[in-house]
Design a protein around this ligand. Structure first.
Ligand code: GAR
Length: 215
């Protein structure tokens, strides 16, 4: 059984989807701890309700990112994690932190990467007149939102969509593809190879990752 540490900064709906997928037996793993950089967020209540140990490390108590990240590494590694899951964790990580967990850290991002790295992805997709949008699970590397892609879920943009309606639909997709990526990783079916490629069941995935098409 793999040990998973989940990092959050907000409502934690993706954390909840992973908790539920462990509960249903989809994921063969356990969440050893949930780490947040903020104290009063709903995601911590979800962790508490699931009986998961919570770690709060306030980034504002550190002079620089290096100090904050070193404190996180110490707290995380006490749980001997096989996998780190960034689930709406809204701090930029130092290269040292990323290297420490290279090949075993996921992020989820609300766009079809490499499009729309950073924030306000839904509005940017609308402003560009895109007909396709979506979300992506990727392995984390030193380039912000730039690591190799594991799973993408595309959705169609409808004429009456707003940033809010897109965010809602994309949350729904996220809650499917994030547990799936964690499931595959824990079953050692999905891996980031030393040469930087992503393999699923021994086959190298294309740069856009596994395409999750919803019916
Ligand atoms: C998710 O939509 C995730 O894609 C996004 O934050 C949300 C967290 O929701 N992440 C980013 O924007 C990363 N830059 P949650 O707290 O309900 O899981």
């Amino acid at each position: 059984e793999k040990s998973i540490v989940v990092l959050i900064s907000g409502s934690g709906s993706n954390l909840q989807a992973i908790i539920d997928a462990i509960g249903s037996g989809q994921i063969n793993g356990r969440i050893s701890a949930v780490l947040s950089n903020k104290a009063d967020i709903f995601g911590l209540k979800r962790a508490e309700a699931a009986g998961i140990p919570q770690i709060i490390i306030n980034h504002k108590e550190f002079d620089d990112r290096e100090g904050f990240d070193a404190a996180m590494i110490e707290a995380i590694d006490a749980h001997q994690p096989d996998l780190i899951v960034l689930a709406g964790f809204m701090r930029i990580l130092t290269p040292g932190f990323v290297r420490h967990y290279e090949g075993r850290m996921f992020n989820i991002h609300p766009s079809l990467l490499p499009k729309y790295k950073g924030l306000n992805t839904h509005q940017r997709a609308l402003d560009a007149g895109d007909s396709l949008h979506g979300c992506t699970v990727h392995f984390v590397t030193e380039e912000l939102d730039g690591g190799p892609l594991a799973i993408q879920a595309p959705i169609d943009i409808q004429e009456n969509d707003t940033a809010d309606s897109l965010q809602q639909r994309i949350h729904g997709s996220e809650h499917k593809i994030y547990p799936l990526a964690v499931e595959w990783f824990c079953a050692e079916r999905l891996m980031h190879t030393a040469s930087g490629q992503i393999q699923l069941d021994g086959t190298t995935l294309p740069p856009e990752g596994y395409q999750f098409i919803q019916e």
